[in-house]
Design a binder for this molecule. Structure first.
Ligand SMILES: [Zn+2]
Length: 124
């Protein structure tokens, strides 16, 4: 089935223990997704739109998102830029969020890009 559910989690971390605000939990060959959202980010529609965008990417890649995301920095950059662009559509302070997301992109995804490069890609 094409469907996703949203689960609010009190302490959301990645495999390395770093805290996360949202995560799109998908599996290869599975069409459904569970969007995990930090409990304190409840009501953050932009964050949910970001994770829904990853779900759409999962469907567009014929459920290969987990492999592509893990194996290719180029794919990961493309996926996160698209998700943050979607999130910016819900922003109430676009300029500030563009800077903040650029910093996340340069620091949190092992992409080997500077904040400035991330900012230029995000806003370009
Ligand atoms: Zn993302």
């Amino acid at each position: 089935m094409f469907e996703y559910s949203i689960t609010y989690v009190k302490k959301l971390t990645n495999s390395k223990g770093a805290s996360l605000r949202g995560h799109c939990d998908v599996k290869p060959f599975r069409l459904s997704a569970e969007l995990l959202i930090d409990y304190y980010s409840k009501g953050n529609d932009g964050l949910i739109a970001h994770e829904v965008e990853h779900y759409i990417q999962h469907l567009k890649t014929l459920t290969m998102l987990p492999f592509l995301y893990k194996l290719s920095k180029k794919f990961r950059l493309w996926a996160e830029i698209a998700a943050y662009k979607k999130q910016l559509e819900y922003s109430t302070d676009k300029e500030e969020d563009e800077f903040e997301f650029a910093v996340y992109l340069s620091r949190c995804y092992d992409l080997d890009i500077s904040s400035l490069d991330a900012y230029n890609i995000l806003t370009g």
